[in-house]
Ligand binder design. Structure first.
Ligand code: SF4
Ligand code: F3S
Length: 318
């Protein structure tokens, strides 16, 4: 629950207002075209610090579900659906982003945090950590958490024991909504269009990092929600949000993107490559063997209203 929380935007945040506070500390965030011209959290660091940040107080950590299911405004009497939506909310699942430039790692005086070269997972060595909490202060996403019982900090471990076996992380396996997927991401100039993650991020550009202006090059990407006002989303996901939303809106005519979406949560194995053909999406492992296939369109079976064999009538016939 602590490593992997879900907050309701716009009012949810754990610890309280983590993002609003950080955005305020960071100061003006300017973009020119698609390029960030403001300062990252490292460039804004006060003298003697690694990054600009703040250490939440104990009370900030006591309400994991603050703002849960609240909407952006009040639903007045007689209100009806309008497009764009007059009031809105959306869920933001948050784990450690296993950043390419992790502020937690950079700020630990004990060098207790390391990034694994083989898969990029960022871990805290529980033996070395002495609970200095500089990582908690400087992770802008507040994803290192000080454990008051063990007196050391801990964080999402990227389910490395599963990843080592070629399996997806537990949050993906458990996700009822099937909205998560793990995979390898490459630099844009070395991308593999058959990797489902590269396809979403680099080819269709439908998935974006959260608060890219922080400058950590995070490795968790989100598909922004289509019903939320654009300026709010742009502050969160950057200037390419509209392009991502447009790609999402095209999905019904985009078999490949639809195929990747349907492969999410379809297997607990790590999908290295995917392909879409003849109405099916296929997932393959690192040896090129098929591990999963899903139809792009679920078949519709219509059963007779009266089942003579069982002498019963069905009310739900599909
Ligand atoms: Fe470290 Fe925070 Fe980045 Fe995770 S999200 S790697 S805890 S800086
Ligand atoms: Fe280092 Fe954070 Fe522990 S700063 S010592 S990993 S609490």
């Amino acid at each position: 629950m602590f490593w992997n929380n879900v907050e309701t935007k716009p009012y949810g945040g754990y610890p309280i207002a983590w993002d609003a506070r950080l955005l305020e500390l960071l100061g003006p965030q300017t973009w020119e075209g698609g390029t960030y011209t403001g300062k990252t959290i490292f460039e804004s660091a006060p003298e003697g610090h690694v990054a600009v940040g703040f250490l939440p107080e104990d009370l900030d950590w006591v309400h994991p579900n603050i703002g849960e299911d609240e909407t952006s405004g009040l639903a007045e009497r007689g209100m009806h659906l309008t497009i764009p939506h007059a009031i809105w909310n959306f869920y933001l699942p948050r784990i450690c982003n296993h950043c390419s430039y992790p502020a937690c790692l950079a700020s630990c005086p004990r060098k207790a945090i390391y990034k694994r070269p083989e898969d990029g997972i960022v871990l805290i060595d529980q033996q070395r950590c002495r609970g200095y909490r500089e990582c908690v202060r400087n992770c802008p996403y507040k994803k290192t958490l000080y454990n008051t019982v063990t007196r050391v900090s801990e964080k999402c471990i990227g389910c490395f024991p599963l990843v080592e076996q070629g399996r997806q992380t537990q949050c993906i396996i458990n996700c009822i909504g099937k909205i998560r997927m793990a995979g390898w991401i490459h630099q844009p100039n070395k991308m593999d269009p058959e990797s489902p993650v590269d396809f979403m991020v680099h080819v269709r550009k439908v998935a974006l990092p959260l608060y890219p202006q922080f400058g950590l090059m995070m490795n968790v990407y989100y598909i922004p929600p289509v019903h939320v006002p654009l300026p709010y989303l742009q502050q969160m996901f950057g200037p390419h949000t509209e392009r991502a939303l447009n790609a999402y809106r095209q999905v019904k005519d985009d078999e490949e993107l639809m195929g990747v979406f349907l492969l999410m949560g379809a297997t607990d194995r790590w999908i290295e490559k995917f392909r879409v053909k003849s109405g099916w999406a296929f997932g393959y492992d690192d040896k090129g063997s098929e591990i999963v296939r899903v139809p792009l369109k679920e078949p519709n079976y219509i059963r007779p209203f009266h089942d003579a064999a069982r002498s019963v009538y069905r009310h739900n016939i599909t």
